[in-house]
Design a protein around this ligand. Structure first.
Ligand code: ATP
Length: 812
């Protein structure tokens, strides 16, 4: 029965859609139905009226209709053609745009309550070098020559706490060791220095005698044998360790370091191995390959094996390779090669050192494979809290927490709860605000969930804004304009040299690379040459290396957009801010990501984006990673960030004579934010490639979202995502049509590449996915569980690839 008919049988008090409606007569059931029908009409009327007050749609959008009401399913809109149900294709559909500022879910009051309003002082650094007077390098057993080299040539005056502990232990005994220390605490030198000291002492009965270039240690040279093997999970990390080693070996030219990694030419590696290498840094896949196929690789004299970033080695599925390498080392140890120098003083047994900042199941398993009676070396937190007194240190130490699992104490962490529709514009605002002043932040890293998302956001920030003509006119009375001539950039695509080679030229920028661009939209008057870089595992290795090198060496303020490819072990200088735009896939990943800043006692900031709802549960994990109540974790007000970022609008235009014109307009922040968002949305609609990028990024992001570790999947529940709202964060006015249809093709996930993938923990497969949320078909998983199906397939695929030992970095 139609509701309209029902209403006619009742007498209704006051106006039919007024607030005081009284139903009289008829059965109670009919009265109830009529009441409900009236309520629906009222709701419809409210929706159709332009809202007023704080929730008003900005003026420019009032003629448009919102389809993103949280409380009801969004209707599918066809943007690039006629209305789906309309047979008349000549009728242009009305543009459907939802406002950034309406129908947004709000942060829970409990999350707001956790927001600190005042800036608490950060704790004293936990990974800084110790006071030089208390612990000089010589006091640890390093030779005066090495100590002098560290101080004079590498500007390292004293060890960090983990270096002190590791160097003392590894020089004292030949037992295996597990080195565990927080990010940025100097683990690389903690294992390299004792190995170097021991190699220098080989063939020299008295290690007391200083070694120098003129009187080299015994008869050792590069043909004496390979003494140490260092395994690292990624090519980038391998090259980084090799660069540190090369600097250490500079005054010891008779010792030679080398690398073997996937992606490099095997024949070149073979010829270097043939010439002789004293210390080899390798990725497991390529080393296993050489052990199998390269006759000249003699590992019989290897006495030190280091497994750096142990947890990552396991995550990337290198278990089998490592088992094979350990087996080969054991088989070949002791077998003397004809013609080899018999190195006096070579230890009888091999020492294996496992390094990790975090202690996962995988690390324990790796320990079982590789270590025998290992000593667990940890930083003495009481001495690591330099330069505080012991009493301060004791007060700082979080009760019942392993400090090695924590972020550096001096790191200032924040979180920002942003509704999905405002995510993109808030990220832009945060970056604008961050780089508003030249001196404030030199470099920032933004972590995203997948390669496609990195590609999309890179393009968003690399493009020039096209604002409405009135507002871009420099003659506007609120506008100030600046002019600067763009310098022609010199092309340089040559492969990067190791640090030992010529000194870097920091002014050289590789603008011709597709991974580096100026970012006009984020630049400011005082910071006009802001650069943006992108890095992910689907890029060609050469491009990755060149991009990373350019970002590292740039003296201009720069932003790096990346996946977790850059989260482990990389020591990038001057990183002031880490933004986790997409939350990490596990709390361990969070520690590694934020560990790219606040290194070796330096200051650093990190900010994690969360969405209102279950994601707010992550705040307590952020706090516990920061050391509980003692840690520095502050909530940022999302609206404040938007206000600060969009107070002034800066636009760049290029004149015919190749001059950049910088225009600053002052005005209302919410209008500016809306203009900015609409501009990106128009670009996505008008430019076919951009549209494709946005849709791929969105799809891949949602699929990647399904791969959070099982323990945190209640917080990051893919079924709870409001896809319609989230689409706006990818400048899409509706979610892509195929989402949630269960095509389940994990390969189209847009390259959240094997190496970036989470190894699925045991029991994950048995996860009870629960029931799909009904009543809101904009949520993945509603209507037939296709979303769950896609997520399940994605996880299965990842398991297969991890088991196959594939890695984005190392297979070559
Ligand atoms: N004794 C020291 N004094 C000053 N700086 C140091 C010292 N030892 C190492 N560093 C610097 O600290 C930074 C971090 O070192 P390293 O990369 O070895 O840290 P890490 O513990 O391996 O970090 P991660 O866990 O992130 O891989 C490097 O820039 C290094 O040069």
């Amino acid at each position: 029965m139609a509701d309209n008919g029902m209403l006619m049988n009742f007498s209704i008090g006051e106006d039919s859609l007024g607030t005081k409606s009284v139903f009289k007569g008829g059965r109670w059931k009919d009265r109830l139905l009529a009441k409900k029908s009236l309520q629906r009409r009222k709701d419809k009327k409210i929706r159709d009226e332009p809202p007023t007050g704080s929730n008003a749609v900005p003026t420019k959008l009032r003629e448009t209709v919102s389809n993103d009401d949280v409380s009801r399913p969004a209707k599918r809109q066809k943007l690039d053609g006629a209305h789906p149900r309309s047979k008349d294709t000549t009728i242009k559909p009305k543009e459907v745009v939802s406002s950034l500022f309406t129908y947004n879910p709000k942060a829970k009051p409990s999350a707001a309550a956790q927001t600190q309003t005042e800036d608490a002082p950060a704790l004293k650094p936990s990974n800084a070098p110790l006071p030089a007077s208390a612990s000089p390098f010589t006091s640890l057993g390093l030779s005066p020559f090495l100590s002098t080299h560290l101080t004079q040539n590498l500007s390292l005056t004293a060890p960090t706490a983990i270096q002190k502990a590791a160097i003392t232990q590894l020089l004292k005994e030949d037992s295996d060791a597990f080195i565990q220390a927080e990010t940025g605490s100097g683990k690389t030198l903690a294992y390299l220095l004792p190995i170097l000291q021991r190699i220098l002492a080989l063939s020299k009965p008295s290690s007391e005698t200083p070694v120098n270039g003129a009187d080299k240690a015994g008869k050792l040279d590069r043909t004496s044998g390979l003494f140490a093997l260092i395994l690292a999970p990624t090519r980038e990390l391998t090259h980084q360790i090799s660069a540190v080693l090369t600097r250490l070996l500079r005054p010891l030219p008779w010792l030679v370091a080398g690398t073997v990694t996937g992606g490099a030419t095997k024949n070149h590696e073979k010829s270097r191995i043939r010439k002789g290498i004293s210390i080899l840094v390798a990725t497991p896949g390529r080393l296993a390959d050489h052990l199998e196929n390269t006759e000249v690789l003699d590992v019989s004299s290897v006495r030190w094996l280091v497994l750096d970033e142990g947890d990552r080695l396991m995550e990337l599925g290198f278990e089998e390779e490592i088992k094979g390498i350990v087996k080969k080392l054991e088989e070949r140890q002791g077998k003397k090669r004809m013609g080899r120098l018999n190195v006096v003083g070579l230890p009888e047994r091999r020492t294996t050192v496992l390094c990790s900042a975090t202690m996962k199941m995988g690390v324990q398993k790796l320990g079982e494979i590789s270590l025998k009676d290992a000593v667990h070396i940890k930083a003495d937190t009481e001495t690591s809290m330099s330069p505080t007194t012991n009493q301060d240190a004791a007060e700082q130490k979080p009760q019942g927490k392993e400090t090695a699992f924590l972020a550096p104490a001096q790191l200032k962490q924040s979180y920002i709860v942003v509704p999905p529709k405002q995510r993109l514009v808030t990220l832009a605002a945060l970056l604008k605000r961050t780089f508003a002043r030249k001196v404030s932040v030199m470099k920032a890293i933004v972590f995203l969930s997948c390669a496609d998302s990195v590609d999309f956001h890179f393009q968003v920030f690399a493009r020039k804004e096209v604002l409405p003509p009135k507002e871009t006119t420099p003659s506007d009375q609120n506008s100030k304009s600046y002019q600067r001539t763009r310098k022609p950039e010199k092309q340089d695509t040559s492969p990067p040299k190791e640090e030992s080679a010529a000194e870097p030229n920091p002014t050289k920028r590789k603008l011709d690379l597709p991974t580096i661009s100026p970012t006009p939209t984020l630049s400011s008057a005082s910071n006009p040459s802001l650069m943006i870089h992108k890095l992910h595992g689907s890029l060609e290795q050469k491009l990755r290396t060149a991009t990373l090198q350019s970002f590292t060496r740039s003296i201009d303020p720069s932003i790096l957009l990346c996946t977790d490819v850059a989260s482990r072990g990389l020591d990038l200088p001057n990183i002031d801010l880490v933004i986790e735009y997409d939350p990490p896939f596990s709390s361990d990943d969070h520690l590694h990501r934020v560990g790219r800043t606040a290194r070796a006692g330096k200051e650093g900031r990190a900010c994690c984006f969360l969405m209102p709802g279950p994601e707010e549960g992550y705040i307590s994990i952020l706090k516990s990673c920061a050391g509980g109540e003692l840690g520095w974790v502050k909530g940022e007000d999302a609206e404040n960030v938007l206000k600060k970022g969009f107070e002034n609008q800066i636009t760049h235009n290029t004149t015919k004579d190749n001059k950049d014109v910088l225009t600053i307009q002052e005005g209302k922040w919410d209008d500016r934010a809306t203009d900015w968002q609409l501009d990106v949305e128009r670009w996505v609609i008008d430019d076919k490639r951009a549209g494709e990028l946005a849709r791929k990024a969105f799809t891949s992001h949602v699929r990647a979202y399904a791969t959070h570790v099982v323990a945190e999947r209640g917080i990051f529940d893919v079924k709870g995502l409001h896809l319609g709202h989230l689409a706006k964060a990818f400048a899409l006015r509706e979610r892509p049509g195929h989402m949630g249809r269960g095509n389940g093709n994990a390969n189209t996930n847009g390259r959240r590449h094997q190496g970036e993938r989470r190894r699925v923990s045991e029991g994950e497969a048995n996860r009870n996915d629960g029931k799909a949320q009904r009543g809101d078909d904009d949520r993945l998983g509603a209507g037939g569980d296709e979303g769950q199906d896609a997520a399940r397939k994605m996880r299965k695929k990842m398991r297969e690839q991890a088991a196959a030992g594939a890695s984005e970095f190392n297979i070559g």
